[in-house]
Write a protein that binds this ligand. Structure first.
Ligand code: 5RP
Length: 230
């Protein structure tokens, strides 16, 4: 039996799948909420839906293959009709923190090429101010300690991400620094400051990219679809 949290994630993902139309190319995000999207897309493809997806992580690629969702890549398509992805924090302006699963670079490349970005999440991801969730920053392995010191000078406490006792290595062969800022008053400014630091590949701040947020719930009436005011 699914937990209440899984039911919410599944509901958000299935609602997002309603935005997909025949013939679309789709950015496939990463994370446990996106798993339910892949599962649903597999069912729709089996029923005859013609789509192609670009996965934003090796894990997502594996799920797509498991559920028989056709894949493509950026050598074949220039832009995506839609991208559907998860998030770790969402603020009232729809700025996001992402990268909890370590896929932030590929997610940003994929999400940035989409005409429409839909974020699927449960209510716990909605925050007034970003920063409680440590900000993932992907860095080049060489000299990562020096890069961490520069990030610390911006007011963070960076922590190298580990998995099973070893340093976690991203799909791109890089390291992730989880940076405790506590509160991020100006996400756009912080992102720009971080991007100027040599050694930083990308930040988990997704600024002004999201069009729609879907918040899952246990009953269909409680699911929220919130479009950004433009
Ligand atoms: C991975 C991500 C995920 O989208 C984010 O961590 C949310 O994951 P989940 O749906 O498991 O809560 O950014 O890098």
């Amino acid at each position: 039996m699914l937990s209440s949290n899984d039911l919410r994630k599944k509901a958000a993902a299935e609602k997002a799948a309603e935005f997909i139309q025949d013939g679309m190319t789709i950015g496939l995000g990463s994370g446990s909420t996106v798993y339910w999207l892949l599962k649903r897309l597999g069912e729709l493809v089996e029923q005859g839906l013609q789509i192609k997806g670009i996965p934003s992580s090796r894990r997502t690629e594996g799920w797509a293959r498991d559920f028989k969702v056709p894949l493509t890549d950026f050598s074949q398509v220039q832009s995506l009709d839609i991208a559907i992805d998860g998030a770790d924090e969402i603020d009232p302006d729809f700025h996001l923190t992402k990268g909890g699963g370590g896929s932030l670079v590929r997610e940003k490349i994929v999400d940035a090429r989409a005409k429409q970005l839909i974020i699927i999440a449960d209510e716990s991801k909605m925050v007034q101010t970003l920063g409680k969730f440590p900000l993932p920053i992907e860095v080049v392995p060489f000299g990562w300690e020096a890069t961490a010191q520069r990030i610390a000078e911006l007011g963070a406490t960076p922590e190298i991400r580990k998995k099973d006792g070893d340093i976690f290595v991203s799909d791109n062969g890089n390291y992730i620094l989880d940076c405790h800022f506590q509160t991020i008053a100006n996400p756009a400014e912080l992102h720009n400051q971080l991007k100027l630091l040599v050694g930083v590949v990308e930040t988990g701040l997704f600024i002004d990219m999201t069009d729609t947020v879907i918040i899952g719930a246990e009953t269909a009436e409680e699911i929220k679809v919130i479009h950004k005011n433009k």
